[in-house]
Design a protein around this ligand. Structure first.
Ligand code: SF4
Length: 150
């Protein structure tokens, strides 16, 4: 497949970007058997709510090197937990930069609804986007993004 695309001269980087995000979200969905975030494509790219989505988007290469150099990727630390023995509470909590002890590791987040078309399983959704890694670590400052269970 890759060689066909290369021969056709397609913009491989763009295809890979799309695939990474899509596959990662699908992978997360199947890995944990839980949906992390659901949204139309444009909303997902511009207003992600789940920290995992934000971390993925922060790692997507930007074609403009000037803009790309200004952006800081959010690096997820730790190992992907075992699906055989998933973590308590939010299954993403061992790797989440916004993890809040005593909440995220205790209560599994439901799918919170944001507007009419978006839902994310996170107690401390991203207030805006883009965010730096440091900004993403500041959980608990929910204001306009106060989630309501779907
Ligand atoms: S519920 Fe907590 S651990 Fe899970 S994604 Fe949200 S902030 Fe991170």
């Amino acid at each position: 497949m890759l060689s066909i695309i290369e021969a056709a001269g397609w913009p491989i980087w763009l295809i890979i970007i799309t695939s990474i995000v899509a596959l990662a979200i699908i992978g997360e969905r199947f890995w944990s058997l839980r949906t992390s975030e659901v949204a139309p494509r444009d909303v997902l790219y511009t207003e992600p709510k789940h920290p995992y989505t934000g971390a993925l988007l922060s790692a997507v290469p930007i074609a403009n090197p000037d803009i790309g150099r200004q952006r800081e990727a959010v690096v997820l630390e730790g190992d992907v937990p075992s699906p055989v023995n998933p973590p308590s509470g939010c299954r993403f909590h061992p790797r989440c930069p916004r993890f809040v002890e005593g909440h995220c590791d205790v209560e599994e987040p439901p799918l919170y609804q944001f507007g009419k078309s978006q839902a994310a399983a996170c107690h401390y959704p991203l207030e805006r986007w883009p965010m730096t890694a440091e900004e993403m670590r500041r959980a608990g400052s929910r204001t306009s993004a106060q989630p309501q269970p779907a």
